[in-house]
Every structure is written in structure tokens, then in C-alpha cells.
Design a protein around this ligand. Structure first.
Ligand code: COA
Length: 250
């Protein structure tokens, strides 16, 4: 478990909160593990009908912890097993996923949203995936899901060119459903989650399965990306980028 992830069940809605504000919700292996467990457990909990992913004011998530990326680069590892567990849990979630995004959504902070069914963003939200700038490649099946959602060219601009999307642009390309003032994000997301939870659950699950298809294709893309990601983590381009970030304030 991780102190930086809190799980709160209120009736049929489970809220999974990333809560590491001093590091802008950069995600550690322990945090991924706790989120994976919360999602997997929700599938087994008949009382939970919807899962909400939330961050803190100003930071949904700054993405994977850079110190852990740097460590993986040095030790020859790839994405940590708990990262893969979390990505699989997203792809295999049987509960509708609602996200409430305030502020920064970097890297996996953006790519996890591609697995969500309903996303509310604050007007302060900023979505970016600087994978290539870091010498890396997209993950979380974003190389499949982003072009499918927004078309190749917009996905290329986001995933390869690393150009951020503001809240309006994210809504325009279908990444978010609605944009509201930052202080209202969680209330709007909770209302959506409760609305979903109030629907007949078997019909929701069956409809969602029809819309999303079997998770096999997405899981296979997560695996394919992870192989290349591991190679890229060891690259000089990536190591240089990690050191530059970790040393930038010295
Ligand atoms: N990993 C580890 N620590 C991170 C982090 C990350 N991904 N993102 C932010 N932090 C830490 C910073 O090191 C800093 O810690 P410190 O106070 O101990 O020095 C703290 O969070 C606040 O970040 P800071 O950079 O001072 O805030 P900012 O508002 O100026 O910038 C970001 C915020 C997110 C734009 C910037 O921190 C950043 O670019 N982070 C890296 C994002 C990234 O590339 N993630 C991986 C994507 S694949």
C-alpha cells in the first residue's frame, strides 16, 4: 500500500485519490500498486459501481516519478511491475471510470485518461505527454488509443511532438467531456459518477463491454509498448533527460 493513495468508498462510488502534493502527484511504484489493487478489488465488489480517479488542486499527476525512471535506466529494468499492473487494471476495469482533472496531467497523468469513460477537467488543466522529449515512447496503450480518439495527426502532435493541450483543446479532441472552474471539478465528477452508479448496473456493464470490446488488443499494445519502453529507458537520450531533470535545481 502507499500513503500517497487514498481510497474512499461512499455508497456505490469508490474514489481513488493520488495524494502526493509536494511532488505534484508524481507516481511511485507503490502508488501504482495501490491504484491497481483498488481497481481490481472494485471489480470484485458488487457494491462498487463506479470508480473515480482524482488528484489534488493543481496536480492530477506529474507522471511517473523521474527518480524511479532514472533508477530503472541504471539497473536495466523496464516499467516497474506495479506500473504494468496498473495499466492492465485500467484496461480490464469492469467498472466505469470517471476522472476529475485539476492542473497538471503529465505522461501517465494524461494517458490513463484514455481508459476512462467520463472525464471532467478544470479550466486550469494542462495535458502533456513529453515521452519523446525524454527519449521514451508512449505507454498505457496510448499509441493505440490516442490516434483512435483524436486521429493520427492530433495524436502525433501530443504524443510525439510533446505539445500540450489546454482544457479547451482537450475537450475539442474528445479527451474530456466537460470543462468547469477548478474548484468545481470534483463535485461535477462525483455527480457523474453517482449518475452512472444509479443506472441499472448489468446494462451499464454490458453496454460498456460492447463499446470497448475485449481488453486483449489494449493489453497487447501495453505489452508491445513496454518492450520498447524498456529499451528506451536504457538509451543515452533518456538517461541524459532524467539527469537533466533531477539536477535542474542544483
Ligand atoms: N518525478 C519526480 N518528482 C517530480 C516530478 C516527477 N515526474 N514532477 C515534479 N516533481 C517534483 C519536483 O522535483 C519538485 O520536487 P522538489 O520540490 O523536491 O524539488 C516538486 O515535484 C515540484 O515540482 P516543480 O518542478 O518545482 O514544479 P513546477 O510547477 O515548476 O513544474 C512540472 C511542474 C510537472 C512541469 C515539472 O516538475 C516537470 O516537468 N516534472 C516532470 C514531468 C515529467 O516529465 N514526467 C514524466 C512524464 S513521462
Amino acid at each position: 500500500m502507499s500513503d500517497h493513495i487514498t481510497i474512499d468508498d461512499a455508497g456505490p462510488v469508490r474514489t481513488v485519490r493520488m495524494n502526493r502534493p509536494d511532488k505534484k502527484n508524481a507516481l511511485t511504484g507503490a502508488m501504482y500498486g495501490a491504484m491497481a489493487a483498488a481497481l481490481t478489488d472494485a471489480n470484485r465488489s458488487a457494491g462498487i459501481r463506479c470508480v473515480m480517479l482524482v488528484g489534488v488542486p493543481g496536480a492530477f499527476s506529474a507522471g511517473n516519478d523521474m527518480a524511479e525512471f532514472s533508477q530503472a535506466a541504471k539497473s536495466g529494468e523496464g516499467l516497474a511491475p506495479s506500473v504494468i499492473d496498473f495499466l492492465y487494471a485500467l484496461a480490464r476495469s469492469e467498472r466505469p471510470l470517471v476522472a476529475a482533472v485539476q492542473g497538471l496531467a503529465v505522461g501517465v497523468g494524461t494517458t490513463m485518461l484514455l481508459h476512462c469513460d467520463y472525464v471532467i477537467a478544470g479550466s486550469d488543466a494542462r495535458f502533456s505527454t513529453p515521452f519523446v522529449n525524454l527519449g521514451l515512447v508512449p505507454e498505457a496503450a496510448s499509441s493505440l488509443l490516442a490516434p483512435r480518439l483524436m486521429g493520427h495527426r492530433r495524436a502525433f502532435e501530443l504524443l510525439v511532438m510533446g505539445r500540450p493541450l489546454d482544457a479547451a483543446a482537450a475537450q475539442n479532441c474528445g479527451l474530456v467531456n466537460a470543462v468547469v472552474p477548478p474548484g468545481d471539478v470534483e463535485a461535477h465528477a462525483l455527480k457523474a459518477a453517482r449518475d452512472i452508479a444509479a443506472l441499472p448496473p448489468e446494462a451499464v456493464a454490458a453496454s460498456r463491454r460492447l463499446m470497448r470490446g475485449a481488453p486483449g488488443e489494449i493489453v497487447a499494445q501495453i505489452d508491445a509498448e513496454a518492450i520498447v519502453f524498456r529499451q528506451r529507458l536504457q538509451s543515452a537520450e533518456a538517461r541524459t533527460a532524467f539527469e537533466a531533470f533531477l539536477n535542474r535545481k542544483r
